[in-house]
Structures are given as structure tokens and as C-alpha cells.
Design a protein around this ligand. Sequence first.
Ligand code: CTP
Length: 408
Amino acid sequence: MDNKKTVLLGISGGISAYKSVYVASGLKKKGYDVRVVMTENAAKFVTPLTFETMSCGKVVTDVFDPRNDTPTEHIKLGHAADLILIAPATANTIAKLAHGIADNMLTTTALAATCPKLISPAMNTDMFENPATQDNLNILRDYGFDIIEPAYGMLACGVEGKGKMPEPDVLISYVEQWISKPKDMKGLKVLVTAGPTEEAVDPVRYITNHSSGKMGYALARMAARRGAEVTLVSGRTALPREPFVETVDVLSAEDMFKAVTERAPEMDVVIKAAAVADFTPANPASEKIKKADLAVSSTGMDGGRDMSIKLAPTKDILKYLGEHRRPGQFLCGFAMETQNLMENASAKLAKKNVDMICANSLRTKGAGFAGDTNVVTMITKDGIKELPLMSKTDAADAILDEIMLHVK
Ligand code: CTP
């Protein structure tokens, strides 16, 4: 990562401190410099040595420890941090932070730091919902802290409720959202579509395609990280929700048409990465189609039945957007082809009146639906740019870079 960023991970004394080990490890894998400050109680759940062994530097737990590098270690650590994540944050630590109490290394360092601060409260539901804790969290919100909502689930006390520290990946996405990218898309409204559509044959069956949604989700994630206000209109996928993105779930091409065209007028950029069905059953059955009701096959085995489905074209959403775009709006489509990639993709630029087509061939190694990589060629009126094989996340970033060259 360019300009390595420093994340200060503050850990207070709760059972979910064990999950902070995975947070530290995940952040390190992503290239962040991770420093750790623990309260004395946190060090009863997980030892400082765990983090030190993971190359998080010397873990500081005591302001007055003569082994600290400097007598003002709290100031040094606070100033070196690009972001502080306190996870888990106990009710006690939250109360101290809200009232400027600096009686241990964690609270003192947080008070001295001017960087963005994220808090991940983790405690029993009643403690979390107690008005004192809620008031303290509101004070912290007013001070500019970002509070990460605790998750629901089985708590250490054996009760099911709200109060769990979210999974490490969620906390890592918060960190990335705050500091991984310059916010060059701030002020832009971006709509991304992703995933397949499902076209009902009857209440039990549908016609779909192999789209995993990964390319569209990566575009939505990276646009949000770059500061855009992102709406993701998604067909059914197996992917987890993207934090910081408003997701609208749809199933059919018709649902997607409605969801997109309703929202498009207010969007600055629309990226259509979804694999929309071109055809849908013309007369979907309202009840399950039974084999016995079908005509007996003239060619099949004894008792075999013929089944044919009449298909009707769906509405071409991108073409509609091209015809109804407002001045200054940027439209980007995708073209997944199996042959004559450049010819077919370039034709779509004109046919659908869009500004850019991202072409990818199902025949290219490393490109296509299910994998985590793609090979994209970006076609605009100004020319053609080929991207090498890269992760879908990097491809998304490169596509957004190109879009930003054209968006005023
Ligand atoms: N698309 C759309 N609505 C449809 C079909 C496609 O908005 N009903 C969009 C896709 O999201 C994609 C682009 O159009 O961004 C190209 O999709 P593709 O299926 O490759 O193109 P088609 O227009 O269907 O052309 P063809 O069947 O000739 O490949």
C-alpha cells in the first residue's frame, strides 16, 4: 500500500478482545501499520504478547511503565495514528471517553489523538441499552466519533441480544472506509447494478445466469470508499451486504428496471454491471407446472413429456437510461461476450448511447463471472484502454479512475 497508514487499535476489557487479534491480523495483511494499546483488564483476556508476536510493536498498557519508549508515549502514539479503532469498547471505557477521563493508557491516548476515532461497543444488551451508555454514545457522536453498531447474537452471559462486537471483517471495512482512499468522489451520487436476474417460470422455477455479483459489489464498495453516495441495485447473490452502501434487492429484470429508472434521475453516475436477462417467460404460471399436464412427447421415451417455454424480451434498462439521461450524467455499461469482444462491445457504446462500456470475455483466463479477478477493456468515445489481469477490487478502482476523468 502506498503511504502506509497507521491504525491504533485500542482494546478494553471484554470477552470479544479475542476477536481483536483477528482485526489486527487482517489489518496487517492489508498493509496497515498496526499499533496496539490495551487496558489492564483487556490484558487479562488476551496477552499483549499475542499482538507483539504479530509485529504490532510494543503493546502499551501502562502510561507510567518505565519500559515505554518515551515518558509521553500516549502523545506519541496518538499523533502517529491515522485512525483509532477501539474494539471492543466496554461501557466503562465509553463513559470515560465521553467525559474526558484519562486514567489509563487507552483513554489518555484517545484524548491526545486528533485523528478519526471509531468505537465498537461490546457488552450485555441491558448495559448497552442503559440510558447512561446511550447518552455517553451520543456525546461521543457529537464529538465526531463513529459508533459501529453492535451485532445481535448469543452474548457471553448466555442471553441472545444486541451487544456483540461485529466480526473482524466488518470492523476492517470500517477502517478501510475511513482511511484507505482519498475521497475524490465525495458529492457524487452513484448507482451500481450487480448480480443476475431471476425470471419466473412458475412459483418454483426460474431462469437465471452465472453472474456472482462480485464485479458490481466491488464497484459499489470502491465508490463508497472514495466518498461517493452509493446505491446498489442487486439481484440475488451469495455476497454479504456492503457496509456504507444502500442496497436495494431485486429479483427480475422488470424489478431491476423499476428500481433503477426510479432512482436514475438523481444520479451523477450509473454503472450497469448486472447480468440482466434479455428474455423472460412470456406467461409465467401462477401454480407449479405439473408434468402430467404437459403434452406427451412424440420423440421421447414412453410416457415422456415435452416442455417448451415461450420467452418475451425484457426491457433494456441501459438503453432506456441512454435515451432518458439528464445532461452531465455518466453512463457505464458492461459487455460480457464469448466472441468478437471488441466489435460487439464497441457496438453497444453507440447502440445504448452510453459513455463507457467495460468489455470482458468469458473466454479469457482470469475473466468472467465467478472468480475474484477480471480482465477488462474500457471503451469510451475517446478510445480504448486495456486493463491487465487484476482483482475485481483493483479493476473496480481502475474503472472509477477512468470515469472520474470524464465526470465534471
Ligand atoms: N442490460 C440492461 N438491460 C437488459 C439487458 C442488458 O441494462 N435487459 C445492460 C447490462 O447490464 C450491461 C449491458 O446492458 O451493462 C450489456 O448487456 P449485454 O447482455 O452484454 O448486452 P445486450 O444488450 O443484451 O446485447 P447482446 O444480447 O447482443 O449481447
